[in-house]
Design a protein around this ligand. Structure first.
Ligand code: YK8
Length: 176
């Protein structure tokens, strides 16, 4: 896997979870910046294992002219229960439905939010491109290359939007 985001923010772990994994205005704004549309999201639901699950469906805009302008995608998220208090671990599997070779691969993003103090947390995202079936070597390198560049771009922007949110939140705290 690869790590595209690993950073301490002046945001509590609880708040970070709320920003990223609830229907927050932050995530709504971020999706609109990324041109992610038609988003439908199910509420978190507890499984027998005690973990929570939810599914999101959305349409992503794609800038690569070889691929087409957009694709539908499904994201299955699991929130693990066996983590220390104040920490969060979410696995997100992203399946695209309309890109070439979409039946060969999916992306797994593992988000870890760890509490570093009452008002600070570390956000770390570990990403893997997973194969459901083995494609021809050239196709595989094509999929990898296009996936890594798209994912890197996404998490760079997520980091910069979170830094802005952090600045706004801490500005508000000073003014109060
Ligand atoms: C989530 C990984 C691959 C995919 C894309 C596939 C091209 C295939 C090319 C052929 C378009 C929001 C990506 C980047 C679409 C966006 C996905 C996002 C950013 C010719 C081989 C969507 C996180 C996420 C994970 C995987 C990303 C896709 O929250 O290149």
């Amino acid at each position: 896997g690869r790590v595209y985001l690993n950073k301490v923010f002046h945001i509590s772990a609880e708040k970070m979870f709320e920003l990223l994994f609830t229907d927050s205005s932050f995530i709504q704004r971020f999706m609109s910046i990324r041109k992610i549309t038609n988003a439908s999201l199910d509420p978190w639901q507890r499984e027998d294992s005690g973990n929570m699950k939810r599914t999101m469906n959305y349409t992503i805009a794609i800038s690569n002219p070889l691929i087409g302008k957009c694709s539908r995608a499904t994201e299955n998220q699991t929130l693990f229960k066996d983590v220390p208090e104040g920490h969060y671990m979410v696995d997100a599997e992203v399946f695209t439905h309309d890109v070439p070779y979409h039946d060969y691969f999916y992306t797994q993003n593992r988000y870890a939010i760890t509490r570093s103090s009452r008002r600070k947390c570390r956000l770390r995202v570990l990403t893997d491109v997973k194969y459901k079936k083995q494609p021809w070597g050239l196709v595989k390198s094509f999929i990898n290359k296009n996936s890594w560049s798209g994912i890197e771009d996404y998490f760079k922007q997520l980091e910069s939007e979170l830094l802005e949110e952090e600045a706004e939140m801490n500005q508000g705290a000073r003014d109060a």
